[in-house]
Design a protein around this ligand. Structure first.
Ligand SMILES: [Zn+2]
Length: 438
């Protein structure tokens, strides 16, 4: 029996100007809890039950400039498609053909239309008989473009987007891959990738994931006039990997400066990343089977192999200096990095090197040092990764790495104030789930 549960958990911050922050804002805040009934029957073995979380957001209603209170006006939205024409788009938006023709004739070369790209959603405010009053769409990250009706025709509009910010909470369980679970939970890719990055010092998302691993995540989504514009930062997250619990909370002085800590203030940033491979939708489901049967002829296998498509980005797992970058027989194109503490890391079979990767170059953790390939003795594209301390090969999957600095003692009170609520929400999310499983 499939247990398709849904819980609704959302609260909203008031709309706010990104550019002009307003000091005084009425705070609209609510929290909803609810459950939706289970449905559907799925063969138990073929497709195990999946945690499903739905988030319903209350959205900011766009403020339309209505010339006459008695006029019947309404906003309509249509997507501008590939191969679309302005005339076709305006027709779908219910704009009178003569009005549309005039707009295009007078403003077809104006900035708003030049910035319009396939995939953008365009909203039109029309009055009776298809009379166009306003046209709006979001261009880029935070600009709204469009036209307003004036006595003389139409005048172009460019204004900062007014976003409402919703905090969402979602939870999921891993059956095959993180992205499959993210899809089931309705979690955007960018949030799944952030999860992998946040816990990248503790969990190798290419090798460590187990069926039954669970995650909960609290993150921001920015809305403009009711549409999700983008997913923002993860504010807090929990990952239960192979029975071990990891939690992260975001803590920063300002919206753009901060980092992730455990709820006790310990840094989640480690001296080395667990995986040298960039995490993405493509690599997440890739087989990790062995790639070199030729190996026996070469040498004992002393590394970890990551199957990934050619061209996948390979990252320096720690800060260091390039000791060598070049071609060696079995390794093919190989980079060796030297780190503190007589540690070195090796990345082999690369298709090409990262920009500026040559002997003596300094690299920081996460920098791209090369791209996955199948050079040297490799039967398919994969990354061969070695970790050495002095002359000794070590299994990087089993190493314990030191952490970066914890939250300074003087900041702990602020840390608790800011992050305490998130930890409580993660607890809440977990208890809701357990209750729902009964
Ligand atoms: Zn190997």
């Amino acid at each position: 029996m499939q247990k398709n549960k849904a819980l609704i958990l959302a609260h909203l911050d008031p709309p706010r100007k990104r550019l002009k922050r307003r000091a005084a804002l009425a705070v609209a805040f609510f929290s909803l809890f609810g459950m939706v009934t289970a449905f559907g029957t799925v063969r138990e073995t073929a497709q195990p039950s999946v945690e499903r979380v739905m988030v319903i957001e209350k959205l900011a209603i766009s403020a339309a400039q209505v010339p006459d209170e008695n006029a019947h006006v309404f906003w309509q939205e249509e997507r501008f498609d590939r191969g679309d024409t302005l005339a076709a788009l305006l027709a779908r938006l219910g704009v009178d053909p003569a009005v549309a023709a005039r707009l295009v004739r007078e403003n077809g070369r104006a900035k708003p239309f030049r910035a319009l790209r396939p995939g953008m959603a365009v909203q039109a405010l029309t009055a009776d008989h298809g009379d166009l009053l306003s046209l709006r769409f979001v261009a880029g990250r935070d600009t709204v473009l469009g036209f307003d009706r004036t006595p003389d025709g139409f005048s172009p509009v460019e204004e900062p987007a007014e976003f409402s910010r919703a905090v969402q909470m979602k939870t999921g369980e891993i059956q095959s891959s993180l992205f499959a679970a993210a899809d089931d939970a309705g979690l955007p890719d960018s949030v799944a990738i952030q999860l992998a990055e946040i816990f990248g010092g503790d969990i190798d998302f290419h090798r460590d994931l187990r069926k039954g691993d669970r995650f909960s995540v609290i993150y921001e989504t920015l809305y403009h006039q009711g549409r999700a514009i983008k997913s923002g930062r993860v504010l807090a997250a929990e990952f239960i990997n192979d029975g071990r619990e990891y939690r992260a909370v975001w803590f920063g002085e300002d919206p753009d400066g901060g980092s992730y800590y455990a709820p006790d203030g310990q840094s989640l940033r480690k001296a080395f990343l667990r995986s040298p491979l960039e995490f993405s939708r493509v690599t997440s489901g890739f087989s990790t089977r062995r790639f070199h049967p030729l190996l026996k002829k070469w040498r004992a296998h002393r590394g970890v192999d990551y199957g990934a498509p050619t061209g996948t980005r390979v990252r320096a797992t720690g800060d260091g200096v390039v000791q060598s970058a070049g071609r060696q027989n079995g390794y093919g194109n190989v980079v060796v990095l030297r780190h503190k503490g007589r540690i070195s890391t090796l990345y082999a079979h690369l298709s090409k090197f990262g920009a500026g990767i040559r002997r003596g170059a300094r690299v920081s953790q996460g920098d791209v040092i090369g791209y996955v390939g199948a050079t040297g003795w490799a039967t398919g594209p994969h990354l061969h990764y070695e970790f050495r301390v002095g002359d000794q090969h070590r299994n990087p999957l089993k190493m314990v790495f030191p952490s970066a600095e914890p939250v300074p003692v003087a900041r702990m009170a602020a840390f608790r104030d800011q992050t305490g609520p998130y930890a409580a929400q993660l607890d809440q999310l977990r208890s809701v789930e357990i209750a729902a499983l009964d």
